[in-house]
Design a protein around this ligand. Structure first.
Ligand code: SF4
Ligand code: SF4
Ligand code: SF4
Length: 337
């Protein structure tokens, strides 16, 4: 009888599906995955049910890639269940690692979130102002939906996470590298240190960026639609809100390489205590709001407002993926490999 393969699971909580697309984007390496693992649970792709997971022995799943933040009680229950059933649990992608974009909702109350999504957002067609509830009576009985948690959480806030693979989503090349690393573990190699962040390093995106720093300061920040960047020149020095200087490397400067500022999806470097402060500091270093000696205060404030007018949403710019790692939300201990 052939030896059974180690079980591999992938789960999405409060996610967009992009992490599953990233896994699909490893293309033919999926065959390697299939060669080494029994890919047995992935709600996006497979019809395995929760009851099938409940029926497994504890630690029966070798490796679970968990993407998405924890927004609902269902997300939390699945995180706890998969922790119990998995030998190794990986926070896969920025949402699982640090709350990601879903965690930006924590700056609003739950009622505000529901009102915005179902009642007030432009373009809604909801004349009866219907808002989903946790229980609804329909012809065939009661329908239930999981309740919101009070706040969006990162995976490590609810359960012990063995490794983190950052990115929004993680880059396919990094996913492949991690899969091959795990295959080596199956052949007897050692695991990376517990708690390590995989597929990334402790250098900044700037270190891998092909754009040239010219030592020129921009007079103001600009929004992406306001200007077309010059080829080959650092985007931040042209006034774009590129936070590559505060972001850990691993993606090979994917966004700046195609004229888009880095928004920080690989997370901030360990040496920075607060991701948003690091991003703001990196940008402040390349912006010159035209201070001259003896400038009056009103002119100075006007120049500062002009310089910062390219940041329409400070929290979403400086903490887009990492609000839960901010000093005010409590920081995490990270070790990279
Ligand atoms: S990390 Fe990015 S791609 Fe993955 S679920 Fe979150 S938003 Fe989607
Ligand atoms: S700030 Fe952005 S564009 Fe400039 S070098 Fe760093 S990553 Fe490249
Ligand atoms: S350049 Fe920045 S935003 Fe783009 S993939 Fe890399 S870390 Fe993420």
């Amino acid at each position: 009888m052939p030896k059974s393969k180690p079980k591999l699971a992938m789960y999405w909580a409060a996610s967009c599906g992009g992490c599953e697309i990233a896994l699909a984007n490893i293309h033919e390496v999926l065959l390697e995955l299939d060669q080494h693992f029994d890919f047995m649970f992935c709600p996006c792709l497979l019809d395995t049910k929760r009851r099938d997971i409940l029926a497994l022995d504890d630690a029966a799943i070798f490796l679970t890639l968990f993407n998405g933040a924890l927004r609902t009680h269902e997300n939390l229950e699945m995180a706890q269940l998969l922790r119990q059933k998995s030998q190794v649990l990986v926070a896969f992608g920025a949402c699982a690692a640090s709350g990601g974009v879903p965690a930006l909702a924590n700056q609003h109350g739950l009622q505000d979130v529901l009102d915005t999504v179902y009642r007030t957002a432009p373009g809604l067609d909801n004349p009866d102002q219907t808002v989903p509830g946790t229980s609804s009576q329909v012809a065939c009985g009661e329908l239930t939906l999981p309740a919101f948690l009070p706040c969006v959480q990162a995976l490590h806030e609810a359960v012990t996470v063995d490794y983190t693979l950052p990115g929004c989503p993680p880059e396919p090349l990094q996913i492949i590298a991690v899969i091959r690393q795990v295959v080596l573990v199956l052949s007897g190699a050692a695991w990376p240190p517990a708690g390590a962040w995989l597929g990334c390093g402790q250098r900044a995106v700037c270190d891998e960026c092909p754009r040239e720093r010219r030592g020129v300061l921009a007079s103001r920040l600009v929004r992406n639609f306001e200007a077309i960047p010059q080829d080959g020149w650092c985007l931040a020095e042209q006034g774009f809100a590129c936070v590559g200087a505060a972001t850990r490397n691993g993606c090979k400067a994917l966004c700046p390489a195609v004229n888009m500022p880095c928004t920080g999806c690989y997370g901030t470097l360990d040496r920075f205590a607060d991701p948003g402060a690091a991003a703001l500091t990196a940008l402040a270093a390349v912006i010159d709001p035209c201070y001259t000696h003896g400038m009056d205060e009103a002119t100075w404030h006007k120049n500062m407002r002009t310089a910062l007018s390219g940041v329409a949403d400070p929290l979403g710019t400086f903490y887009r993926y990492s609000l839960l790692d901010s000093v005010s939300a409590g920081s995490t201990d990270k070790a990279s490999s």
